[in-house]
Structure formats: structure tokens, C-alpha cells
Design a protein around this ligand. Structure first.
Ligand code: GLY
Length: 428
């Protein structure tokens, strides 16, 4: 106690003479320490529990209620094709849902372990992070999705930053080549999915995979990765956004590059603003500005951020799963969209002229996510860190559950926050 008073006095004195603020040291960061400690405990217990399965933790199995879906989607529940939705068997309900390495979310658990290691320096986390990252090695040969960036950059990309070895650059570069193989010159975009009846579907989420291309350009010095990324970002900028800066989820193109259709796959309806899609957009264009330093990306990222801040009306800044869903206390929140937004806005705050407003908003989100409303009690929540996200309400899937990507972007947001505030874990 005496020591704290002494530090406070020194800070006040220093601030008086130097004209600077010692705010960081004086603030109570118990909430942040609790968020990190909870994360470490949840991640380590999960890694032990799934050891040897060859799988990754994805979410929790839940069912759904047709009337509830009808209400949220604003449609007659009788028109919902229930047969298209999987109801987990009773013995699975409430238990951890694992996924294999070809799932689009497979990189997030190793990535979370890496961030937790970076935050704390705990070597047990490093060991587990390496182990789970290595499971993903076969993905370097996979070309079946655009999600390669999520899968490999969140895992191997963080491994390269925090525990480099000679083999990682080749893994990342081969994966980036496979992502580029999905780029169509005539259309000017990377194809997202190979399923469905669309001619050439591109989803807003695809902006998140460009970071892998930026990494490959850095590793090889080859500008082809940047050209693909830039063309994809520009095509998406011109075709995916509405005048109010909300985005469509899916845009499919004809072979001549004209738009075949604009739809949703996971949102409320084709013209609604699906919360996570808005978050992917602001994150993606902030990353484009970091890479290309072209003001058009910065202006675009700021305008998406401003749209999010004006349209998310919840007190705690955690959005409903879709901005256009009927809203009352039963409407599910999407903590994953909030975590992605917080991480993006911390980075955006370092580029934008009026960056403080983005920092403040991101800090508000981070504090909300770190409260008991969203942060799990250690030992609960099937080992996940955050509660209350939505995977795909439209498909009756993962409604109001933890999601591995909510956890990943929460930890990334914490890391960015601590860097910006110059905070160290052992001083919290
Ligand atoms: N990329 C799929 C999703 O955001 O749910």
C-alpha cells in the first residue's frame, strides 16, 4: 500500500515537471489482469483435455428453437427448412465442439495460445502453442477455401513472430501461393467458397485473409502477393458496400467481373448488416492501410468504424448478432464481432487523425468483454474464454455460445491495448 502511494506520488511529481500523464500506472487494471489470467487458465486446461485428439476446440454444441429463429429472421417459422439444420444429439448438447484441421477456425486455438504466451511469457503456453500449430502443417497443401489466411496466419504467422524457425516461412509462402491460386485475373478477386450454386462467391470475411499475403510478400520480397491483395481489396471496396457503409455478406461475380448477385449466408437477410461482417470489413481495410499506406484505405476503414459506432446501440457496445435483427433482451449478442472490432479499432487509432475516439470505443468493448457478463469463470464454459457469440443463426448453428475466434481476437485486442498503453503483465 505504502509502495503504491509512493509510486503515485512519484508519478504526480514527474507529471508536474515533465508535463506528461502517468495515467497508465495509476489506473486499476485488475479487470485486464483477470482477463489474461482467466484466458491462460482456460487455454491450458483445454489443451490438456483435448491432447491427442488431433482436433481443435471450436465452440459448444447447442440446439435451436424454430420459433425463435423465425422471430429473429423475421419470417414465418413454418417456411424454415428444418431438415437443413442439424440438431446435435442429446449427448452432445452443452459439450465442447471440436473441429478438424480443415475447418476454417482451426488456426484460432493455436493463435490464442501464442497471444497468451506473448502476454505472459509463460513457457507452458509456448509449448502448447507449438504443438497445436504443428498439427496444421498439412494445410500448406490445401487449396479448397479462401480461409487459409485465418487458418495459417493466426497459427504459423504468430509462431513466426514469437518462436521463429527455418521451416515456418516455407509453410506460410506455400499457403499464400495456394490462396493466390484462387484469384481470378478477369474478375479481380479471390474466390471464397467452392460449394453452393454461385458462379464466383466472395464474402466480406475474405478481407481477413489478405494478411497472409502481406506476410508472404515480406518473406519473399515478391510483389505478386501484394498485387493480388490490392486488387481483391479494391474489387471488394467497389462491390461489397452500401451507401451507408454497411456491407453485404456474399457478392457473387459473373466471369466478366460484373455482379451476379448480392446475398447473405449468415446474416438476417440479404440486405441486413450482419454484425461480424461489419467487423471483418473494418479490420481488413485497416490492415490494407498498414500495408499500402494509401489514404483511400484509411478513409474507408474510418468510415466503416464510424458506421459501426453509430449503429451499435447497445449500452455495452457488444452488438446484436445482426444490426437489423428484432432487438430485445432475448436477441443474442455477438462477442466475436465485438472482439474483432476492438482489435481493429486499436490499430486504426494509431493511423487515424482522430484516433482517440476509436481507441476509447475499443477500450469500452474490451472492458465489457472482460466483465463477468462475457468473460467465463475459470473451469466453466467448456474451457473457452468468452461467452455469448453467434456462429450462424441462420443455420440454427452456434447461437449464443463461445467461439474460438472470439477468444483469439479478444487476446489480440488485449495485446494491442497493452502495447498502446505500454503496459506489462507483471506490473498490472
Ligand atoms: N468466416 C465465417 C464467419 O465469420 O462466420
Amino acid at each position: 500500500m505504502k509502495f503504491t502511494k509512493l509510486i503515485t506520488a512519484i508519478c504526480t511529481l514527474g507529471a508536474t515537471f515533465a508535463g506528461v500523464s502517468c495515467q497508465s500506472q495509476q489506473e486499476d487494471y485488475g479487470w485486464l489482469k483477470n482477463g489474461i489470467d482467466t484466458s491462460v487458465s482456460q487455454l491450458l486446461s483445454t489443451s490438456k483435455e483435448i491432447e491427442g485428439t488431433g482436433k481443435m476446440p471450436r465452440s459448444i454444441w447447442v440446439g435451436y428453437d424454430l420459433d425463435f429463429l423465425g422471430w429473429q429472421l423475421d419470417i414465418d417459422p413454418m417456411t424454415i427448412k428444418d431438415s437443413l439444420r442439424a440438431q446435435p444429439s442429446a449427448d452432445r448438447l452443452g459439450h465442447r465442439r471440436l473441429c478438424d484441421i480443415y475447418d476454417w477456425t482451426s488456426g484460432f486455438f493455436p493463435g490464442s495460445l501464442w497471444y497468451a504466451y506473448e502476454l505472459t511469457g509463460n513457457s507452458e503456453l509456448q509449448t502448447e502453442a507449438s504443438k497445436f500449430t504443428n498439427l496444421l502443417n498439412p494445410i500448406r497443401y490445401y487449396k479448397g477455401t479462401h480461409d487459409l489466411g485465418f487458418m495459417m496466419n493466426c497459427s504459423y504467422g504468430n509462431a513466426l513472430r514469437l518462436s521463429p524457425n527455418d521451416t515456418i516461412p516455407a509453410v506460410l509462402t506455400e499457403t499464400a501461393d495456394n490462396l493466390c491460386s484462387r484469384f481470378d485475373e478477369g474478375i479481380g478477386a479471390i474466390r471464397s467458397w467452392d460449394f453452393g450454386t454461385w458462379n464466383f462467391p466472395v464474402i466480406i470475411d475474405n478481407m481477413m485473409n489478405l494478411d497472409l499475403l502481406f506476410e508472404a510478400a515480406k518473406l519473399t520480397g515478391d510483389s505478386k502477393y501484394l498485387e493480388v491483395a490490392k486488387r481483391h481489396a479494391d474489387k471488394t471496396m467497389s462491390c461489397h458496400f452500401r451507401p451507408d457503409r454497411t456491407s453485404w455478406h456474399v457478392v457473387s461475380y459473373n466471369n466478366d467481373g460484373t455482379v451476379e448477385c448480392r446475398q447473405t449466408f449468415q446474416g438476417k437477410n440479404d440486405d441486413s448488416a450482419w454484425a461480424r461482417g461489419q467487423a471483418w470489413g473494418v479490420y481488413g481495410y485497416t490492415a490494407c492501410y498498414r500495408q499500402f499506406k494509401d489514404e483511400k484505405y484509411l478513409d474507408f476503414a474510418c468510415s466503416i468504424a464510424d458506421m459501426i459506432m453509430s449503429k451499435v446501440t447497445t449500452e455495452d457496445a457488444i452488438p446484436y448478432w445482426d444490426y437489423d435483427a428484432p432487438a430485445d433482451e432475448r436477441t443474442p449478442r455477438d462477442a466475436s464481432a465485438a472482439a474483432v472490432t476492438a482489435s481493429a479499432l486499436f490499430e486504426l487509432s494509431t493511423f487515424a487523425k482522430d484516433g482517440q475516439k476509436y481507441f476509447d470505443y475499443a477500450e469500452k468493448i474490451l472492458k465489457s468483454l472482460s466483465s463477468s457478463d462475457y468473460l467465463a469463470e475459470p473451469g466453466t464454459n467448456e474451457g473457452f474464454i468468452l461467452k455469448h457469440s453467434v456462429g450462424s443463426l441462420h443455420h440454427g448453428s452456434e447461437i449464443d455460445v463461445p467461439l474460438n475466434y472470439a477468444d483469439y481476437y479478444y487476446l489480440e485486442a488485449i495485446q494491442r491495448y497493452m502495447n498502446l498503453k505500454n503496459l506489462k503483465y507483471n506490473k498490472l
